[in-house]
Design a binder for this molecule. Sequence first.
Ligand SMILES: *Cc1c(COP(=O)(O)O)cnc(C)c1O
Length: 403
Amino acid sequence: MWKTRVNQSLAKEREKNRIRQRQVCQTDGALQSMVVNEQRYLNFSSNDYLGLTHHPKMIEAAIQGAQKWGVGSGGSPHVTGYSKPLAAFEEALASWLGFEAAIVYPSGFTANQAVIKLLIEREDQIIADRLSHASLLEAAILSPGRLYRFKHNDLESLSQYLNKPLQDHAGQLVITEGVFSMDGDHAPLDQLALAAQKAEALFMVDDAHGIGICGQGGRGSCDLYGIQPDILVVTFGKAFGCSGAAVLLSKRLADYFIQFSKPLIYSTAIPPMQAVVLQAAMDLIQSAEGEQRRQQLQRNIAYFKAQMQTMLQTIASHHGDDYYSPALIDSDTPIQPLVIGEELATLTIAGKLRQQGIWVSAIRPPTVAPNTARLRITLTADHCLAMIDRLVAALQTAILDRE
Ligand SMILES: *Cc1c(COP(=O)(O)O)cnc(C)c1O
C-alpha cells in the first residue's frame, strides 16, 4: 500500500513537470556568486537581503561564541538549554521591537506552528490572508479550529469573516504577513490591525521578510505601519543572515507559551553560539552600517525596477503580443517577482538564465496561484549595478529567445 501510494504521487508530479530538486549550492554572499555542479552563477535567488551570511562580524561572533560557549545547547530550554546568550538575546530583541517578551524557536516554520497549535482550540476561527506562508496555513489546517482565508490584503473580505457568528467561549485569530514571500508586497497592517481590534480578535503578523529591511532602523513592517500586533513572528534566516525565529508577545502570553508550548518544551534550544551570532546580526542591523546596507538595497531595488521597465517596454513595442508579456509585480521590497504565467515557459526562461550564468528560482503552483508561475528575483545589498545590468540583459535574451 505505501509503495503504491508513494509511486503514484511521484508519477503524478513527474507528469505535471513539477518534480522538485535540491541542488548542492556553494554560495559566497559578499560576491553574490554561487557554484552549482561546478558552474558559477550570479545569485539572484537568496534571502540574504543585507548580505550578512558571510559578514566578517558574524563569522567572528560564531568563532568567539563557539570558543566561549561550545557549539550545542545540550538540552531543551526547560532543562539546561536556556543559555546566557540566548536569554540575553531574547531580552534585547523584545526591547528593540517594543514587546514585553520574546521566545526563540529553532525556525520560523516551527514558531508559526507553535503559535497556532497552542492558541487554537475547537470552535476557534483562524482568519488568514490567502497568500500566507505554508507554515501558517498547514498549521491552521491541522488545528482543531476553522480556517478561513480572506482575499489577499482585502479589508472587506477580512471583515466579512470577522462578522461570522462565534461561540461564546471561542476566539478569532487574524493572520497576515508583513511582506509577502512570493509577491513582495506589504500588508496594510494599520487597517488590518484596527479591524482585528474592533472584533476583539488576536492579531498575528509574520514578518519574515520585513524584519531588518523596513521600518525605522530595520524594526520591520509593524514599525513601518505604526502598529503593535498581539503576536509578531520574526525569522532569522533572511535579513539576519543566520537561522531561527522568535515570537514576540506580552508577558502573560509568554508565560502561557513557556508552560504549554510543546515545540519549545520538547525541542533542543538553539546553540548559545547561534544566539551570539543573532546578537551580532541585530547589532549590525541597528548600526550605521546596517542603515547603509538598507540604503544600498533600496538603490538596487529602484535601479532594477527602472531598468526592467525599459526592457519590458522594448520587448512589448518590438514584438507585440506574439510573446508572453511578463510583468513585474509592484513591490518596493527585495522580492521582485516577474510573473510569466505558464509553468513551462517559466522553467524555460529560468533555464536560459542559467545558461547565461544567472541563478533565479522559478516558482510554480501550488506555491503560487495557478497561471501565475513566476521568476522570484531577489536583490541584496551586496549586488552592484553592473550585476543588475547583467541580470536585465540576460532576462531580455531569455524572454525573446524562449523557443
Ligand atoms: C521563510 C519563511 C518562514 C519560515 O521561516 P524559517 O525560519 O525558514 O523556517 C515563515 N514565514 C514566512 C513568511 C517565510 O518567508
